[in-house]
Design a protein around this ligand. Structure first.
Ligand code: CDP
Ligand code: CDP
Length: 229
């Protein structure tokens, strides 16, 4: 793949974005950027500092002061804040329950969007999140909006957490539905399908099928551009 493009993958919680985005990036030898991990890292940091999402001016001040680094890895991408690896903490239910409140705050969004755009400047990036195709990388060459039924998404999360966290399927379904509502309903760059994004309903698709579908979209985009020259 010589002609490097950017790939934006958005969609609701548990749709399979991060799993699929990582595999697509591997196949294309691209860099994978998990923007949800960045919002989660900020959330964990604020919770530890006892700064509530209601205290927006304090959140905005803190988020400007900290230094965030992303280190791509084989499996998980690492997130460092002020040099501290916060990755082990960011997938907890506590963080999942609060992240949508912090991610609606203006200063948080502008700071993280800026970092995300910088990472994509040289192209060859697969980035997943909620507002990548609409706001962060509106010029991404390939945009995917990935969904699945809420029942299926909760079940996927449940299977993933089984044995690790004490949680019921019903709790997960509620958490996911609530987070979707907050993410879709916020004022600044809400979760929304970009007009030019391809809608991919993965309810009845396995991971490999989804990966193949996206890689083939990328290939036909690049081939199409070549034939234009
Ligand atoms: O993995 P999961 O789908 O549960 O969530 P995530 O992708 O890790 O994102 C966690 C939260 O971060 C989302 O529910 C959003 O509130 C926020 N987020 C966002 O606002 N914008 C993004 N580009 C990515 C995540
Ligand atoms: O990033 P997002 O929240 O959209 O989802 P994820 O964390 O990538 O996927 C949630 C879970 O669903 C993972 O355990 C995946 O292995 C699984 N999954 C699946 O079973 N079938 C798919 N087509 C996609 C993901």
């Amino acid at each position: 793949f010589n002609d490097r493009i950017n790939v934006a993958i958005d969609g609701p919680a548990g749709a399979g974005k991060s799993t699929v985005a990582r595999l697509v990036a591997q196949k294309l030898s691209y860099i994978y950027v998990d923007t949800g991990a960045m919002y989660r890292a900020i959330t964990w940091w604020m919770l530890r500092e006892n700064i509530t999402p209601e205290d927006q001016s304090q959140v905005n001040r803190k988020v400007q002061d900290l230094v965030m680094e992303l280190i791509p890895g084989e499996d998980l991408q690492k997130v460092l804040i002020n040099g501290e690896d916060v990755t082990p903490h960011i997938r907890s239910l506590e963080v999942s329950g609060q992240v949508s409140q912090y991610s609606g705050i203006e200063g948080v969004r502008s700071r993280l969007s800026h970092l995300q755009r910088q990472m994509a400047l040289r192209k060859g990036v697969v980035m997943d999140g909620r507002d990548i195709g609409t706001t962060v990388l509106p010029d991404a060459e390939v945009k995917i909006f990935m969904t699945a039924s809420v029942e299926e998404r909760a079940l996927r999360r449940f299977n993933e957490l089984r044995g690790k966290e004490q949680v019921t399927l019903q709790q997960l379904e509620q958490d996911i539905a609530r987070r979707d509502r907050l993410d879709e309903g916020r004022e600044i760059s809400p979760l929304r399908r970009a007009e030019d994004a391809i809608l991919l309903d993965t309810t009845f698709m396995d991971i490999q099928q989804v990966v193949e579908a996206i890689v083939s979209h990328c290939r036909s985009h690049v081939d199409g551009e070549r034939n234009h020259l």
